[in-house]
Every structure is written in structure tokens, then in C-alpha cells.
Design a protein. Structure first.
Length: 382
């Protein structure tokens, strides 16, 4: 049976969902019946014949009657749209980050259970077969008891990136958390992959967060961040990421144990794990959701419940008690390019990222000139 799919939030990143839905449509398991966006739909890729277009997602739910809804709207709008989609009898693929607080996470989880529908969260890197191989190796003790988990990524984002939408680079919109910092949006996959490693290692819940968050421009969120997380079982994790990088680091998850070390480059699914080959490929999250809809014995790759730890960390990072990101002074930042393509680069940042991952020290503990000491924060629990 072909699943009727609708996409809410069809522009921006929604275009990648449109392309993937088209691929699945050619293979047969889905049919795109409707799209919704508050702006005119971008013609690339083209809207297929027969797909209805709406500006109000509630009209889409009422008139198009989809089986599955993909939600790719700004994070601060996720909860209301997801609740309405579940109430309409739809299964949901919800883009990451799902929601800003554990209270909203619990509200959405309760709606999933009461509706009998499914909610998959768009952490597509968790569908990686190489990541699954790493998780299985950690769970089986192939690396011995873990000493640490770390993730490093060095990307660049230009001025146009922060002008792409009214919520870009903002902390709040209409009083709601936006979730557009480096750790919780563009590099959220790095954090989620590392949390998944800690989970399969039996580390327990994250309990303590020490975060240093920085910005290189006039924004309200971080574009460079370091987060040291301590779990209930004592394991520590370091996330060291930037959008103001030097040489590109795609994104690595570095797992160090008493018997070995593994490194997963999560965007490319490259796995360096001595003696173990990581197979290529990924389980597509929409395809997996459609298969789960047909046969509930098919497990979801990223059910909402699996992301509770991520939401707890997000709340600790961005909640009311969190300190705003510190501005790195101009002498430590180098503009590259001009106009909308201008980027801000922090000279020496890649070495700082690598040192943090290797030593689990925050920049202020390593004597970095622009660093500001972190204040420990308890991570909330469900």
C-alpha cells in the first residue's frame, strides 16, 4: 500500500525532503499529496502534478488527509504542528532538533502514545550502518570500558546563512526558544551521535553540563561551542564545534576505551575501528517510518523517546539559566570574503577544537586568550 505523504515546510531544508520523497515515489512506497509553506513554494525541485499546495498546514491536514507528515519548519514551531498532525491520525517525521524542553518532549511523547501513531525524529546520521557498527562494538565491549567520548567539527557559515530567515541566529521568537546555536541545530548530529555512544555504553543519563559558548558576530546564539557532559555513571563527553573554522573537519565522533579507539566521520559514514569493517549506506528515516507504519514489528531508527537525552542537554544549554554566548573580540577573528558570502574565521580554532577533544579540557582551562570560564549546570531529568 502506498503511503500518502505531506510536507510541511517545503522551502529551505524542505527542498531536500522533496527530493528524497521524489526518489521514494519513483520506487513506489510513497506518494506526495500535499505541501505547505507560508512562502511561495520554490520551483526547484518542481512540485509534482496532483500535489496540492497550502499556506496553512491545518488546511493541509484537513483536506489532503495524509498518512505521513514530514515537518520541516523552524524548531520553535515543531510542537504545535506535530500535535496537530498526530491528532489528525498521521505518523510524523519531525526534523531535528525536535523540541526545546523536556516538558514539551513529554507532551509530545504522551500525544504519540495516546494517538497510537509514530513519531520519528530527523537525526538521519543515526541511520548510518557504520554508526550502527560502532554502537554494536561499544555495546559488546570491543573497546573495553570507555574513557571518553568526543566530537569535533569545523564548518563555516557566511552572512547569508544568518540572514536566511527571521529566526536565524536568534535565541527567542515570540517568547519561544528558537534553537539555532551550533550545538543544537547545524551540528546537532554530532551531539546526538555522541550521546548515542554513551547510551549503548551504559553511561546513564547526562547529569552535569559545563559549556563555553561563543559568537563571532552580532547574533544571539553561539557559532562556536564547547560542551563537557558528565553522565550518571561517570563517563565524560566533550563536544567541540565551530561554524567559524579553518580547515574543514566534517564531523568526527571519537570513542576512546581501555582496549582501543574508534573514530566515526558521521556525515560521510567513514568508520576507523581496528579489526572491524563498517558497511556503507544508511537506513532512510522516511522509508523506515513508512515500513514501520505497515508493520509495527519494524523498529523506528530514531523514535522520539531516543532523543530525550538530547532534549535534556538542549534545555541545559539554552534554558533561562544558561549564560548567553560570549563575543570573541575582533583581534581574535578574521573576516574572509565580502558581502553575503563573508565568513568569520577564528585563527587557531582547529587546534583548540582538537585539544579539547583529546584532553576534555575547555578552552578556558587550556589558557586560550579569548576563552571565558564555564559555570556548571545540572542537566534536567525527565
Amino acid at each position: 500500500m502506498t503511503a500518502r505523504v505531506a510536507l510541511i515546510g517545503a522551502n529551505g531544508h524542505g527542498r531536500s525532503h522533496r527530493r528524497r520523497i521524489a526518489e521514494l515515489e519513483r520506487a513506489g512506497p510513497v506518494r506526495l499529496v500535499a505541501l505547505a509553506d507560508v512562502q511561495p513554494i520554490d520551483p526547484d525541485p518542481p512540485v509534482p502534478p496532483g500535489a496540492a499546495v497550502f499556506t496553512d498546514y491545518r488546511e493541509l491536514l484537513a483536506l489532503a488527509a495524509p498518512d505521513v507528515v514530514v515537518i520541516c519548519t523552524p524548531p520553535h514551531t515543531h510542537l504545535r504542528i506535530a500535535l496537530d498532525a498526530l491528532a489528525a491520525g498521521c505518523d510524523v517525521l519531525l526534523e531535528k532538533p525536535p523540541v526545546p524542553t523536556l516538558a514539551e518532549h513529554a507532551t509530545l511523547q504522551a500525544a504519540v502514545l495516546s494517538s497510537g501513531r509514530a513519531c520519528q525524529v530527523g537525526f538521519q546520521a543515526l541511520g548510518s550502518l557504520a554508526a550502527r557498527t560502532l554502537f554494536e562494538a561499544v555495546s559488546a565491549g570491543r573497546l573495553g570500558p570507555l574513557d571518553s567520548v568526543a566530537t569535533v567539527a569545523s564548518w563555516r557559515r557566511d552572512d547569508a546563512y544568518y540572514a536566511r530567515a527571521p529566526w536565524s541566529g536568534r535565541r527567542l521568537v515570540d517568547g519561544r526558544p528558537v534553537l539555532d546555536g551550533a550545538l543544537v541545530n547545524p551540528l546537532a548530529h554530532a551531539v546526538m551521535q555522541s550521546l548515542a555512544v554513551a547510551e549503548v555504553a551504559g553511561a546513564g543519563e547526562p547529569v552535569l553540563l559545563e559549556a563555553e559558548r561563543y559568537r563571532t558576530r552580532d547574533i544571539e546564539v553561539d557559532d562556536t561551542a564547547f560542551a563537557r557532559i558528565t553522565f550518571a555513571g561517570g563517563l565524560r563527553m566533550m563536544a567541540a564545534v565551530t561554524l567559524a573554522g579553518e580547515d574543514f573537519i566534517a564531523g568526527e565522533v571519537i570513542v576512546t576505551g581501555s582496549a582501543g579507539r574508534g573514530v566515526l566521520e558521521y556525515p560521510t559514514d567513514k568508520l576507523d575501528l581496528p579489526g572491524i569493517a563498517g558497511p556503507p549506506g544508511r537506513v532512510d528515516l522516511l522509508e523506515n517510518l513508512v515500513a514501520h507504519r505497515r508493520d509495527r514489528t519494524v523498529a523506528l531508527v530514531v523514535p522520539l523517546a531516543r532523543t530525550a537525552g538530547f532534549t535534556a542537554v538542549v534545555q541545559a544549554l539554552t534554558g533561562p539559566g544558561a549564560a548567553p554566548p560570549a563575543l570573541i573580540d575582533e583581534p581574535f577573528v578574521e573576516p574572509v570574503g565580502a558581502g553575503p558570502e563573508r565568513v568569520q574565521v577564528i585563527p587557531g580554532i582547529n587546534a583548540v577544537l582538537r585539544e579539547a577533544a583529546e584532553t576534555l579540557k575547555l578552552p578556558s582551562e587550556s589558557g586560550v586568550a579569548w576563552a571565558v570560564p564555564a559555570r556548571p549546570v545540572r542537566v534536567p531529568t525527565a
